[in-house]
Each structure stands twice: as structure tokens, then as C-alpha cells.
Write a protein that binds this ligand. Structure first.
Ligand code: ZN
Ligand code: ZN
Length: 132
């Protein structure tokens, strides 16, 4: 088995895993999940494969400012909500922001290909706990 083959197999597994979750995991989380199947996998390889996937447009990286970068294989235009209490990152408000590109393009004379907002606050689950 060549190295090249091994690397792309790991990358495939990485992408499949990333597509199967909605929690927008960090590289460390992905590494911990994958090392059962790939005992020789290193965190550096996970990072390298993630940058390849991002460069190929198969994944996006999300820096929410909590010190860890999170990854998402759902590459269609969508927005995120980051809970400052439990650090969860979820998808939010896709339809509500759909018209904003055209509005801003007209107002500022720019051409907009995509947008990505991160909203910050506390999530529904945390609000329940905080209010109980
Ligand atoms: Zn929360
Ligand atoms: Zn997302």
C-alpha cells in the first residue's frame, strides 16, 4: 500500500465523518473519532487533510474566536450560531439571510458570491438551564 493511497483513504474517512455530523467538530474531535480505525493517524495528518479538503472546497473552516477552529462539510451557504455557554456551534437562519446578498450588492456596488455569519449568544438548551 503506497503512502498516497493511505493518505487519501484517511481523507475519505475524514470527509465521510465530517459529513455525518452536525456538531461542527474541531480537528481534535475528528482525530479522536478516527484513531480507532486508523491507529497510526496523527493529529498533524488530520490538520493537513482538513486543509486539503478546505482548499478543494469540500469543507469550510470556522473560526468562532473560542481558540479552536471548527470544521463543516456542509458547504452550501449557511450561517452559524455559537453558544458562548456550552461552546456548541449549530446551523441557523439560512432562509432569513437569503436576500441580504442582493441588498448589499446593490447598496455597495460589490459582487457577492457567498456569505457566512456567526451569531453569538446562548443556545436553547442553555437558556432552559439558565432560566430553571
Ligand atoms: Zn449552549
Ligand atoms: Zn454549518
Amino acid at each position: 500500500m503506497s503512502n498516497e493511497f493511505k493518505h487519501s483513504k484517511q481523507r475519505d474517512a475524514l470527509l465521510t465523518l465530517l459529513k455525518s455530523v452536525t456538531c461542527h467538530p474541531s480537528a481534535e474531535w475528528l482525530y479522536n473519532e478516527l484513531k480507532h480505525d486508523f491507529p497510526k493517524l496523527s493529529l498533524a495528518t488530520v490538520y493537513r487533510n482538513l486543509s486539503v479538503l478546505c482548499a478543494q472546497g469540500e469543507a469550510i473552516r470556522l473560526d468562532v474566536g473560542d481558540g479552536t477552529v471548527r470544521y463543516d462539510a456542509h458547504i452550501k451557504d449557511h450561517n452559524h450560531f455559537f453558544c458562548k455557554v456550552c461552546k456548541s456551534l449549530s446551523d441557523i437562519g439560512e432562509s432569513e439571510t437569503g436576500g441580504i446578498d442582493a441588498m448589499l450588492a446593490e447598496r455597495y456596488g460589490v459582487s457577492i458570491d457567498s456569505h457566512s455569519f456567526v451569531f453569538y449568544g446562548s443556545c436553547r438548551e442553555c437558556n432552559k438551564k439558565l432560566n430553571s
